[in-house]
Write a protein that binds this ligand. Structure first.
Ligand SMILES: Cc1cc2nc3c(=O)[nH]c(=O)nc-3n(C[C@H](O)[C@H](O)[C@H](O)COP(=O)(O)O)c2cc1C
Length: 242
């Protein structure tokens, strides 16, 4: 079958490390080694607070992209609150679970992963957020902060964040309905999600920085996802401003 323009665009706009250097294999081996501690553990998150917090206008005014963090733990409540703001369920309507951020056709093509680096009550590792149950599934245990920063074009501030949100796209969820135009919608969905997370972070006294510069294949391999079906499209570092 002829490949659609969306997939071609997505693949041709990836960043690659070029030219190939011997360090690439070493880096890949390090990622695979770190992923050896596979866990499949479900963790319930505290219920998000849907009522209180700083006024919206103040929060919008205060949001900035921050690139200097002190690596202090954030509470599990704060992580839960930010995940809920990004992708939590705010209305159950019949069989639909409507999320806090809009999604074209309510098809929700974005998945949220978290590189936990300093969160109270959670071991460092890679987690997957499950919006319907406000829970996490731990995938890999270990400290991925530096390999993640390296994979993001050596933006070292990612390693100092308390956690990094990693958003992947499952394009097929939107494509079956909207065809190639669906690609536009998926990227727009991710923008809504990232902004809600950024505002939630400010409301909790935290700071964030969105990041779209990364070596796509390295992050996909870090997350252990099937890049034929799902691929990284956006990151956001969250932590305490220095
Ligand atoms: C799609 C997108 C990708 C971005 N990627 C990066 C990035 O890789 N690294 C970075 O330091 N900032 C990144 N930024 C943050 C922008 O540099 C920042 O939003 C801009 O300078 C405006 O500053 P402000 O966010 O403080 O208002 C990104 C922002 C967006 C919206």
């Amino acid at each position: 079958m002829k490949e659609g323009i969306g997939n071609i665009f997505q693949n041709e706009t990836k960043y690659f490390r070029e030219p190939y250097s011997p360090g690439d294999l070493e880096r890949q081996n390090k990622i695979e080694q770190l992923k050896e501690k596979v866990v499949d553990k479900l963790i319930s998150l505290p219920q998000p607070d849907r009522e209180n917090g700083q006024p919206l206008w103040k929060v919008i005014n205060k949001r900035r992209s921050i690139r200097e963090f002190v690596k202090k733990p954030v509470s599990l409540q704060a992580l839960s609150q930010i995940l809920w703001a990004a992708q939590g369920v705010s209305l159950k309507a019949g069989e639909f679970y409507l999320q806090t951020t809009p999604s074209a056709g309510a098809l929700y093509p974005i998945e949220t992963y978290i590189s936990v680096q300093a969160v109270e009550g959670l071991s460092p590792g890679i987690y997957h957020f499950l919006p319907k149950t406000q829970a996490l599934r731990m995938k890999y245990e270990g400290n991925f902060s530096q390999v993640l920063a390296d994979a993001a074009l050596n933006q070292d501030f990612l390693a100092e964040a308390s956690f990094v949100l990693l958003w992947t796209a499952v394009f097929e969820r939107t494509k079956w309905k909207y065809g190639e135009r669906g690609f536009r919608y998926v990227y727009l969905d991710a923008g809504h999600i990232a902004q809600n997370a950024a505002l939630a972070a400010v409301s909790l006294g935290l700071a964030s920085c969105p990041v779209a510069a990364f070596f796509d294949d390295e992050i996909n391999s870090l997350l252990g996802i099937n890049p034929g079906k799902e691929t990284i499209i956006y990151l956001e570092a969250v932590g305490w401003k220095k």
